[in-house]
Design a protein around this ligand. Structure first.
Ligand code: ADP
Length: 449
């Protein structure tokens, strides 16, 4: 049976999805906003449909418009990518009701795992250690709230159960900040996610961010593609990711991977997914599960040779695919640098015309990007321009290859964080793999001031 997939996203992930569809002989429909007429992948799609004005709310987040585009093009499935509607259970539900296959888990699973409190309970049932804290309903009585917080211990994090994208969390250092901080976080969560439920989590002071990539077919077959370390972050958002995560006790790692597989079997998971952990003092603490493809998926692909986007499509469309852990082997190391249109220190977005650019290339270098010379970066969306991914036998060779790739790469006309990646590749702490999630903002920037 021939398939047609509508790609409900933009930028590099839309291009990535079209490439995977082409390899599988699947027809594609690209949707775009009025601010995105010059996107590269529109040239490669079989059909294109404009879904609304540039504002994301009126286009890529506009479910009725996307569903109408699917209807008029006779699409059978919708690929959500990451961001926008990728973890919006009500969109997945609307797809189900309208007879379109949402490429990912079903709406119930998205809802369940998208609620961080529920996700933590499910993880605990699978034998996974979660960040200690308090996740029951908070009482109204301020004294009781203080007692709960004291029991969790300061410093603590107040986190929105519906939070995401580094938003909806607040560090509380002492009891004086608690009640105001609680009120503000609840208000922010209500505004951003339409859900003001929050929970307390112990602040893990100096961890690494480590995550596990999962692939499941919804029929009980679940595999993992090992770990990624995403500790180089700014404002709780990742900048550099690598696979595998290094220096982890092998027994602990093996138990954690088994528990991740168990969790996915317990909930009869379908599609790709990522379990995220903070790792400190030889312990993993689960923080959340993302029920979608992640920006950093290429590093796992490069060390396994397993195409995650093709797997997503095959699983969703019922194209035969084998998920067999014994067929997954791990080779070498991979690193990804996210090139963003932003100031490398202040992170202020820098949209505008790319007057000239040159992509890196060569052995062990992958460039996932939608940009080209003459492309105008619109101001309305995420600042991600390109992902440079290098693969080599060892971490140190991978870093050297990244230095060379970054030296070849240039973008003119707009500001990017290219130079920050170059500095990091030459940084001793990064090279020695001694960094944690706090390194970039708390130490690296200070050293370079
Ligand atoms: P989001 O869904 O917004 O990405 P996460 O829960 O995945 O939020 O956390 C994102 C990042 O925030 C983590 O990688 C880490 O840097 C920081 N973080 C989250 N929870 C804690 C915690 N309990 N202690 C310390 N840092 C945390």
């Amino acid at each position: 049976m021939s398939h047609k997939v509508l790609i409900a996203n933009r930028g590099e992930i839309a291009l990535r999805a079209i490439r995977a569809c082409k390899e599988l002989g699947i027809k594609t429909v690209a949707v775009y906003s009025q601010g995105d007429k010059n996107l590269k992948h529109l040239k490669f799609a079989d059909e294109t449909v404009c879904i609304g004005p540039a504002s994301p709310l009126e286009s890529y987040l506009n479910a009725p418009s996307i569903l109408s585009a699917a209807e008029v093009t006779n699409t059978d499935a919708i690929y959500p990518g990451y961001g926008f509607l990728a973890e919006d259970f009500s969109f997945a539900e609307k797809c189900e009701e309208s007879g379109f296959k949402f490429i990912g888990p079903n709406s119930e699973t998205i809802k369940m795992m998208g609620d961080k409190i529920t996700a933590k309970s499910i993880a605990e049932k699978a034998g996974i250690q979660v960040v200690p804290g308090y996740k029951d309903d908070l009482p109204d009585d301020p004294d009781k709230i203080h007692a709960i917080a004291k029991n969790v211990g300061y410093p603590l994090m107040i986190k929105a159960t519906a939070g995401g994208g580094g938003r909806g969390m607040r560090l509380i250092e002492s009891e004086d900040e608690l009640l105001d901080g609680l009120e503000i976080t609840m208000q922010e969560a209500m505004n951003a996610f339409g859900n003001k439920v929050v929970y307390f989590e112990k602040f893990i002071s100096n961890p690494r961010h480590i995550e596990v990539q999962i692939v499941a077919d919804g029929k009980g077959n679940v595999i993992h593609l090992g770990t990624r370390d995403c500790s180089i972050q700014r404002r709780h958002q990742k900048l550099i990711e690598e696979a595998p995560a290094s220096n982890i006790n092998p027994e602990l790692l093996s138990n954690t991977l088994d528990a991740c597989l168990k969790l996915c079997k317990d909930i009869n998971y379908e599609g790709v997914g990522t379990l995220e952990f903070l790792y400190e003092n030889n312990a993993f603490y689960f923080i959340e599960m993302n029920t979608r493809i992640q920006v950093e998926h290429p590093v796992s692909e490069m060390i396994t040779g397993f195409d995650l986007v093709k797997a997503q499509l095959k699983i969703a469309l019922g194209i035969p695919t084998t998920l067999d852990q014994s067929k997954i082997s791990f080779r070498g190391h991979a690193i990804e640098c996210r090139i963003n249109a932003e100031n490398p220190r202040t992170f202020t977005p820098s949209p505008g015309l790319i007057t000239k650019m040159h992509p890196p290339g060569g052995f062990g270098i992958r460039f996932d990007s939608h940009i080209y010379s003459g492309y105008e970066v619109p101001p309305y969306y995420d600042s991600l321009l390109a992902k440079i991914i290098t693969t080599a036998n060892s971490r140190s060779s991978c870093i050297k290859r990244m230095m060379s790739a970054l030296d070849e790469f240039f973008v003119e006309g707009i500001e990017t964080n290219h130079s920050l990646h170059q500095e990091l590749m030459h940084d001793d702490v990064f090279n020695q793999n001694n960094h944690t999630i706090n390194y970039l903002e708390n130490e690296f920037f200070k050293n370079y001031e």
